[in-house]
Ligand binder design. Sequence first.
Ligand SMILES: *[C@@H]1O[C@H](CO)[C@@H](O)[C@H](O)[C@H]1NC(C)=O
Ligand SMILES: *[C@@H]1O[C@H](CO)[C@@H](O)[C@H](O)[C@H]1NC(C)=O
Ligand SMILES: *[C@@H]1O[C@H](CO)[C@@H](O)[C@H](O)[C@H]1NC(C)=O
Length: 448
Amino acid sequence: MASSSSSSLHLLSFFFTIVLAFISVSSGTFKPPKPRVFIFPIKRDEKTHQFYTELDMGTTNRIDVVIDLGGQFSWLDCDQYNSSTYRHVRCWSPKCKATIGGDGASCIDCKEKPHRPGCTRNTCALSSYNPKTNMYKVGGVGEDTMRVSSTDGYVYLTDEDMRRFTFGCGVKGLLSGLAKPTKGILGLGRTPSSLSTQFSSAFKLVQNKFALCLPSPRQVYSGDIFVGGGPYYFVNYMGDASNLLIKTPLVINPVSYPRPLLNSKDFSSPEYFIDVKGIKVDGKPVISFNTSLLSIDNEGKGGTMISTMTYYTVLHSAIYKALVTEFVNEAAAKKMKRVGSVAPFGACFSSENIKNNMTGPAVPIIDLVVKGNNAPWRIYGANSMVKVNKNVLCLGFVDGGSTPITSIILGGHQLENNLLEFDLESSMVGFSSSLLLHYATCSQSRIF
Ligand SMILES: *[C@@H]1O[C@H](CO)[C@@H](O)[C@H](O)[C@H]1NC(C)=O
Ligand SMILES: *[C@@H]1O[C@H](CO)[C@@H](O)[C@H](O)[C@H]1NC(C)=O
Ligand SMILES: *[C@@H]1O[C@H](CO)[C@@H](O)[C@H](O)[C@H]1NC(C)=O
């Protein structure tokens, strides 16, 4: 009896072994591809001209957050954050040190009961920062699961869990100036705790890089952030749009100002700067300003920054005046008719005799001459002009006064429908110039 039951057990286990072998063979065949690129849709708030994305956080929360290209950390309004998978990061912990840099000695202790996101004991602390109001507030650091779509660049693959996405706890008051639907900030800055750095270490991505493709107004579909890099595919563009990217070195500004930095060892700015060597309008150099404004001095002033928190490019007064003068000259050569200015713009034209073509209004082309290339960052009508009413188009750059910290802040309007790639390992910025030239737009990147 005993021997018969033991042999049937053997038989059973033999059977299971075969089934297991079969399962492992078939799962070998259908092994899911490794996630390569994570994508976050980009939406645009028409009222504030801010770009934002939706994060799928924890157990209950879908949260809209403003995309801050130079943001050191991500933060969420913890007063409105409720998730059972939220965990606080302990002070002095390795994670705390890695997140805030320095010795990780910054702590916050909340004794209120019950504990909730934003009020926990012995918690690693950092300053959540709002670049619109230049306000910041110290709060606890927390982590939670983030669900995000991953793709091989061409076809939809899968949703992945980023298990311990780290962010700061902001409070409701810190949200002022941010687009209505949003409850925090997604920081993409050049830091150890930015979105891209967190994803590349959690998923062992090949490279720590990300790309931005900002949608223009009135586009039905959104643009995208691609964390992990290319390839980039667009409807109507054959092949990988990585091929369109012109590379220029990322410039590191040694001083982070006005952004506050908690990091005690590295005071360099988390923002992305590039070396613009000069400006041309329809091929003619804009020369009537002191070009030392184009480089960053040892106090961190000057230079050219790329920003998603500024909408119309802001120029130092001297550069602004020189650009407007040259643009108006070239416009006159094109028989464009200048009309009264409409604030905040200084050069406006009747739209009557301006033709439209694939890259927008056919106006003089503005070139930013960048380091390391013969090819400039080319700004066509769709990115240079703003339609202020039915009959008037204005040059969409604004005067930043004669004492700005940064001489050129390249803003969202000038970046729309341009593919921009930020490679934190090779320390390079890639730009495509207008995708419209290739019959593509940022809203047509997701084909699934
Ligand atoms: C958080 O969510 C849980 C479960 O959904 C609910 O029971 C609790 O009341 C919520 N807490 C707050 C502060 O909203
Ligand atoms: C340009 O600006 C720099 C720094 O302010 C100054 O040292 C230099 O003399 C200026 N050059 C000219 C030609 O004005
Ligand atoms: C579109 O207009 C630009 C001027 O902004 C001009 O250089 C370009 O040749 C035009 N393209 C076509 C296809 O007409």
